[in-house]
Design a binder for this molecule. Sequence first.
Ligand code: GRF
Length: 203
Amino acid sequence: MRIAIFASGGGSNFQAIADACRTGEVPASVVLCVSSSANSGVCHRARTLDIPVFIVEGISDLETDELQAVLARHQVDFIALAGFMRKIPTSLVRAFENRMLNIHPALLPAFGGKGMYGNRVHEAVIAQGVSSSGATVHIVDEEYDAGPIVLQESITVLRTDTPASLAMRVLEVEHRLYPKAIDLFARKMIQISDREVIIQPKS
Ligand code: GRF
């Protein structure tokens, strides 16, 4: 499986996925980094690993034939979104139906949707006083954070947590969960029927 990771921030999930592929733990390769910010940490990480970077400036760039051509040139057959700060156009979602994942730093369907990203998620979790949070890997469809859920892992929200401390502990979960979800796709262990994600046993 040949993966393009779309990311705009520090790129710690990018790193976790790329590392898991490079050690052979996940039978796939990260062949492209698509970013909305040329100076982001993720671009730096990609260049260090010799992974090509493609910069998209705005939403319109995502709809151009150029991006489709870049994806085709690198023979990308799977997309992982990891903190990508642009809405994915419907054309791309459809082209990669059931082959595009996202990770969200909370237990969807709670604390998701438009405008719920970054620290806002953890602030809302703490403000609501819920006892658990965590991470969710889901399939990308045309709505924000609403696609079928592939994997979730929860952690306890501590009374002493700040948005920053919670974010840090959720990120640790993400770094385990995202490679694990991608591994299931790479090993063809996922079956999707309507909105149900069925994980097949290892053969
Ligand atoms: C993660 O918290 C992820 O859940 C969210 O964006 C953040 C990306 O972090 N979608 P990083 O750039 O991978 O460190």
